[in-house]
Design a protein. Structure first.
Length: 113
C-alpha cells in the first residue's frame, strides 16, 4: 500500500496559480499510473488529470490548457500546476495511485476574490 501526502493548496484569487505536490512512499512509484481528482461541495469526485508511468497524459476538458500534470519518479512526487484558476476550480484535491486503494488525505483549493 503506497502512502500519499499532498501539499501546496490554499486560497488564491481568480486568475492566479497554485502548484500541488503529492509525495509517495515506497519504491514502486514509477510503476503507477498517477492521477489528481477533485471534489467540490455536494458534488461527486471527478478526475482532473492522469499520467502514466511512461508519461502519457489525459486531462478533463474543464482544465485543458490551464493545468499541467507531471511527475518526478526520482523524487516519487506527482505535481499539478494550476494556472488561470477560476472559482469553479474550488474543491478538495486528491492524488491517487490508479488501480490501488491509495488516496492522499486531500488538500483544499479555494479560488475567490
Amino acid at each position: 500500500q503506497v502512502q500519499l501526502v499532498e501539499s501546496g493548496g490554499g486560497l488564491v484569487q481568480p486568475g492566479g496559480s497554485l502548484r500541488l505536490s503529492c509525495v509517495a512512499s515506497g519504491s514502486f512509484f514509477r510503476l503507477y499510473v498517477m492521477a489528481w481528482y477533485r471534489q467540490a461541495p455536494e458534488k461527486q469526485r471527478e478526475l482532473v488529470a492522469r499520467i502514466t508511468s511512461g508519461g502519457r497524459i489525459k486531462y478533463d476538458d474543464s482544465v485543458l490548457d490551464r493545468f499541467t500534470i507531471s511527475r518526478d519518479n526520482a523524487k516519487s512526487t506527482l505535481y499539478l500546476q494550476m494556472n488561470s484558476l477560476k472559482p469553479a476550480d474550488t474543491a478538495v484535491y486528491y492524488c491517487h495511485a490508479e488501480g490501488t486503494t491509495s488516496w492522499g488525505q486531500g488538500i483544499q483549493v479555494t479560488v475567490s476574490s
